[in-house]
Design a protein around this ligand. Structure first.
Ligand SMILES: [Zn+2]
Length: 301
């Protein structure tokens, strides 16, 4: 599949990876998944999923009967509420790394998944020196972002510099939220209507700033709240990590099952309790800000 091509209309279902998953489970509502890096390079941490594993996630989601949704559909649900026919999944990628263009987007195209990327606006075209992860990696360039936007990828804002927004003065947070929108709109030549809180760090005060800035919807990393008008500027997402296999991804979209599925839940639960982000990020409050739903892991960046 040509890099940057528009998603095909038809979906290619591959059921191999979900053979052991309980398909009798009732389809859930809207699921918005969050990835960070899709890369073959080893990384210290949990945010890099290999392309091979990512593709297995996509085929698992299809085999479970989840319809890939585009971001305008998700925004409509956030604004108006969920209807039964809205059940499906949308995939987002935080921080805007080059590997999204190189590895993730071609697989999304191959399997018919629209996507949203949330770049750290002041770091477009730069190394990720804002992050503690190692080795360093490159963010998408403006040319890359424009190529993706032209191909149908939704580009959303993720602040200018990726701070914990609740820990900085409100006026500083406002600037991060407003300026990143303006910078991205200038850079890609299109409107930017969605926002993702760095580290999933949101609050009602920050949500008001996001609403006032003119976004249509915003996303946390809290999978426990329902999607709809009452959570429109703190909409739920579920983070996906390197340790998540086919069963793990199925568990994260609400499939319960028995045996191996329960083990996938247990791993997620243990991982969440470790408060990974709290260990790595100075000043991080730890797992108290991370919300669990039936053992589903909600930590992330
Ligand atoms: Zn981030």
């Amino acid at each position: 599949m040509r890099r940057g091509a528009a998603p095909p209309g038809g979906l290619v279902a591959n059921t191999r990876s979900a053979d052991a998953i309980d398909r009798r489970a009732t389809p859930g509502p809207i699921h918005v998944l969050t990835y960070h890096k899709i890369d073959t390079r080893p990384d210290i941490g949990i945010n890099t999923v290999s392309p091979r594993r990512f593709e297995r996630h996509l085929t698992t989601l299809l085999s479970l009967g989840l319809q890939p949704l585009d971001m305008p559909s998700v925004i409509r649900v956030a604004a108006e509420g969920v209807a039964r026919q809205d059940a499906g999944v949308h995939i987002t990628f935080d921080d805007g790394y080059q590997d999204f263009l190189d590895h993730a987007w071609p697989l999304c195209v191959r399997h018919g998944f629209p996507a949203t990327v949330f770049p750290v606006a002041a770091y477009v075209g730069r190394r990720n020196t804002w992050d503690l992860s190692f080795p360093r990696t490159s963010h998408l360039t403006w040319a890359g972002l424009r190529e993706l936007s032209d191909a149908g990828v939704t580009v959303g804002a993720h602040t200018e510099t990726h701070p914990f927004l609740s820990r900085i003065p409100l006026e500083h947070a406002r600037a991060e939220i407003v300026d990143s929108k303006a910078r991205l709109e200038d850079g890609i030549g299109r409107g930017v209507s969605v926002f993702a809180y760095p580290h999933g760090d949101s609050s009602p005060s920050l949500a008001r700033l996001v609403e006032d800035a003119g976004y249509s919807a915003a996303f946390s990393l809290d999978p426990s709240v329902p999607m709809g008008p009452t959570t429109r500027w703190q909409s739920p997402r579920t983070a996906v990590y390197a340790l998540d296999g086919a069963r793990g991804i199925a568990a994260k979209v609400g499939r319960r099952g028995t045996g191996p599925m329960r083990r996938a839940w247990a791993i997620n639960r243990l991982f969440r309790r470790c408060g990974y982000a709290g260990l790595l990020v100075p000043g991080r409050r730890g797992p108290s800000r991370i919300v669990e739903e039936d053992g589903v892991c909600g930590t992330g960046r």
